[in-house]
Design a protein around this ligand. Sequence first.
Ligand code: UD1
Ligand code: CA
Length: 512
Amino acid sequence: MSAPRPAAVIVLAAGEGTRMKSDIPKVLHTIGGRSLLGHAIDAARGTQPQHLAVVVRHQRDVVAAHIEQFESGATIADQDEIKGTGRAAECALDVLPADLSGTVLVTYGDVPLLATQTLVDLTSAHEAGGNAVTVLTAEVENPTGYGRILRDESGSVAGIIEHKDALAAREAGDAKLAHALDIREINSGIYAFDAIVLRESLAKVTTDNAQGEKYLTDVLALARAAGGRVEAHTITDLWQTEGVNDKVQLAAMGRELNRRVVAQAMRDGAIVIDPATTFVDVDVSIGRDTVVQPNTQLRGATTIGARCEIGPDTTLVDTEVADDASVVRTQANLATIGAGASVGPFSYLRPGTELGAKGKIGGFVETKNAQIGDGAKVPHLTYCGDAVIGEGANIGAGTIFANYDGVNKHTTHVGAHSFVGSDSVLIAPVTIAPGAYVAAGSAVDGDVEAGQMAVARGRQRNIDGWVERRRAGTKTADAARDVAHASPRAAAGEAASTSVDEESSADEGITK
Ligand code: UD1
Ligand code: CA
């Protein structure tokens, strides 16, 4: 049997959330890389409703813009100055078709762990029972603050009484409601309604209660009085109905969401060494047999292939990693890492970094807007910004891609299988053709053609007898004299480096 599609889901998000003590609207705080409201909308749209309405009021424009961006198919309903969940639902019905019929679900924008499956089950139970209202309830240890489920002698749901009204009833000595505060079955605030019953009942709901609000909860007793069937659908996974009211709860819900996401990643085939220190956003995917080491954060739209090694101590944001790659102690943002490539330890990949298959970005290397070809290597201590590096090229240790002239950024091209010696500066814009060499220690500002070797540095000169003349009496001078006694030729400066040989100079300082 296919899942029933509700006529509409109404997500309530007009409340102020004063206990968050925040300038950011409560429902826009995030856990798992998604806003609380985003989680609520995602659960709602999973039921494939014909209409999805979100009720807003507090910081209306900011919240509405976020809704538009997250789910453009959602209808925004503005709540007026009349307070209460009942009024909120009524304002949503006002922007939905007047002839709406069938099942209407109501959920909250600040309840992030509610699953689509729970809403599907609620809808199924509601429709199978031919109910006017089905309320999602839970049995809790401490029901303080919640609306309590009232049942009649036969055990049927008779209505809901709010905590504050139960208190008032007890103080007023109301014998019938004296026990209400002891009831541990609570209203989650999530319901399935028959659309017509909801509309007709809300028209009758008053603000005659302890809070002076129009309560959605009053619809239950009204529906029953009108002859409708009202039932409870109980959930045991209490996290799913838990709302966020302050930042302590925000952290607790975030931790629990992360536990669930990481557990799902493992069920899908990832190997997570320490789930407690692994943080994975809800949109991340991790391939089979990829090992995630401790202290790793996978954020945003990051995707990781199969058989990778990720972490420890790694943060990847909106980064794509292909199969069999290794990314160790790395920070990466908007980067792509090719199959079998190796990154880290201590690498910083900034937006636009594209490392080819089997390529390497090594220790203390920062990259930005850099295409590094298949099998190309940037192994040590390099800044590589605005670069296009061909396949198989090797960038020596300490190379700097000087991409900024103080006003504009420029690109450096290094062709396939070219070789840049250590400690070079490539001053952009500059092009090194495929199959070329740059001697170590060069400052290159002119193009280098295929087959050429560029040498752009001062030639070495050795000044004979300098130590004896200028540092007489030091240990260095003593050492020089000792060598002179042992080997007069060496002391006279006849070592290979006296005459600079064009052929051998390129070999100096090559690192592998
Ligand atoms: C409500 C229920 C209570 C239930 C509890 C579960 C009512 C009268 N009470 O209580 O039975 O146990 O939720 O958490 O419904 N909202 C609006 N407009 C408003 C008021 C609230 O959109 O005018 C939204 C809030 O943004 C929030 C949700 O409705 O997402 C619940 O509001 P809240 O004030 O937390 O409800 P409670 O009074 O705690
Ligand atoms: Ca609440």
